[in-house]
Ligand binder design. Structure first.
Ligand SMILES: CC(C)(COP(=O)(O)OP(=O)(O)OC[C@H]1O[C@@H](n2cnc3c(N)ncnc32)[C@H](O)[C@@H]1OP(=O)(O)O)[C@@H](O)C(=O)NCCC(=O)NCCS
Length: 180
């Protein structure tokens, strides 16, 4: 039986999964995987968009906190995070921004493996609190994070305002003033 095939059937085979730091060669794979997992209209992190800049920016700013999981050289999951230090506070917060596993490989302990590595890195960095966020109806993610020990959920409501009309009025005014 092929390792990936056996993994499909048994959680115990998660030892075939390798978690490692992301490299520049992984950028495209991770980006395209995220495109499938984080649909634009239903992104788990409402205020962050999954696009090529999100991935490359995080990779360049926080390389050591960008992890991938692979089986037989194929990337099947990733975890991207960062550390937030607040002014006038000695506390460091570890923020796991994006976590994803390809649907065929979900439910086999792969996200857990990624998360454990991420947590280990955070402990090494003296992080005091880990933070994640997800949409209230993302039950797999909520189930996963609760299973890892996250609690104390805080409710946030995101409001938005469309500035198109004001922008158009401002541009028109600029043009009128410019020509007059
Ligand atoms: C959330 C996600 C990363 C979980 O990945 P996974 O590899 O399937 O998770 P694991 O197999 O490591 O799960 C570990 C534990 O989490 C919990 N869990 C995982 N998936 C769950 C689900 N669908 N419903 C409820 N609990 C779940 C379980 O307790 C599980 O342990 P168990 O299998 O012993 O019951 C995956 O569903 C995913 O990629 N979702 C789409 C992207 C996303 O929403 N990411 C999170 C926000 S950035």
């Amino acid at each position: 039986m092929e390792p990936a095939e056996s993994l499909h059937h048994q959680k115990a085979k998660k030892t075939t999964v390798k978690v490692r730091e992301m490299t520049i060669d992984d950028l495209a794979d991770v980006f395209h995987m995220g495109e499938k997992l984080f649909l634009a209209e239903k992104a788990p992190n409402t205020y962050r968009a999954w696009d090529e800049f999100e991935v490359t920016d995080l990779f360049y700013s926080d390389t050591e906190f960008c992890l991938v999981a692979e089986i037989d050289d194929r990337i099947i999951g990733f975890a991207l995070g960062t550390i937030i230090s607040k002014a006038r506070s000695a506390w460091k917060y570890g923020y796991l921004l994006w976590l994803g596993v390809l649907p065929d490989y979900q439910g086999k302990g792969i996200a857990e493996k990624l998360f454990q590595r991420f947590k280990h890195l955070m402990l090494q960095e003296n992080v005091r609190i880990l933070v994640v966020d997800t949409e209230a109806d993302n039950l797999p993610a909520l189930g996963f994070f609760r299973h890892q020990g996250f609690g104390n959920p805080q409710e946030h409501i995101y409001l938005s305002m469309n500035l198109d009309m004001e922008r158009q009025r401002m541009n028109l005014k600029r043009r009128t003033n410019g020509s007059g």
